[in-house]
Design a protein around this ligand. Structure first.
Ligand SMILES: [Mn+2]
Length: 234
């Protein structure tokens, strides 16, 4: 439990290093006490994937895997995966790097967890990129992910398939206060049951980055701005 500072969650970053840095600055993020939780898709599409990856070494940043991280490491590792698909989806920057750097990145990305839990004053909050697949969090946390194939339905759902969102399924996931997702871009934070969709498209021209405070489940606003949206692009 972080008793000294805030725990903020951010949706897909997609290489938008400068914009996220600005959004963190707006809410006076302090890496000495605050923590930032990324719900996957840190890379691809935007101009600064390599700089976003450097954040993985920071003690204040915690990230889970998104489908873009999976595409990247599977492309590099020659896993049964079509590399052209990754390039088509904004992954062309990776091929321009020297082979040894690509391998180092793949190693780092393949080690990211698919699911993490954050202990907060209001209870356990879970993070999964796309969808939690089950209605009971204790089922998800008991999974031994290392034993599952990369194409296992659980893994595919967590990374790729927002089944609940598509069906607008509102049943609460039991045994967890909230589950935070990215992957699906929404105009504003969208809550279905206790699933929070927070990718407000900061990586797109018309979107903005939302920093969801995990201790309140409210978007963090810049101080002294009654209606400010955290880090919105003007
Ligand atoms: Mn995604």
């Amino acid at each position: 439990m972080n008793r000294k500072g805030r725990d903020l969650a951010i949706g897909d970053i997609h290489g938008c290093f400068a914009e996220v840095k600005a959004a963190l600055g707006m809410v006076q993020f302090d890496g000495r006490v605050d923590r930032l939780f990324c719900v996957g898709d840190l890379i691809d599409r935007g101009p600064q994937s390599d700089q976003v990856l450097e954040w993985l070494g920071e003690p204040w940043l915690h990230a889970i895997m998104g489908n873009h991280e999976q595409m990247a490491w599977r492309s590099v590792n020659g896993a049964p995966f079509d590399r052209r698909f990754h390039k088509m989806n904004g992954g062309d920057w990776l091929e321009l790097l020297p082979a040894n750097e690509q391998v180092a990145i793949a190693e780092r990305l393949s080690a990211l967890p698919l699911v993490i839990e954050v202990e907060t004053p209001i209870g356990i909050v879970g993070l999964v990129h796309s969808d939690s697949y089950v209605d009971d969090w204790s089922e998800l946390r008991s999974i031994d992910w290392a034993q599952l194939d990369d194409d296992h339905p659980f893994v595919r759902c967590c990374l790729w398939a927002p089944l609940r969102f598509k069906r607008q399924y509102r049943r609460v996931v039991k045994n967890v206060r909230a589950v935070i997702h990215g992957h699906v871009t929404v105009p504003g934070v969208t809550v279905l049951g206790n699933a929070f969709h927070i990718d407000t498209g900061g990586w797109m021209p018309e979107g903005h980055f939302t920093l969801l405070n995990l201790h309140t489940l409210m978007p963090e606003l810049p101080p002294d701005t009654p209606d400010g949206s955290a880090g919105g692009k003007a």
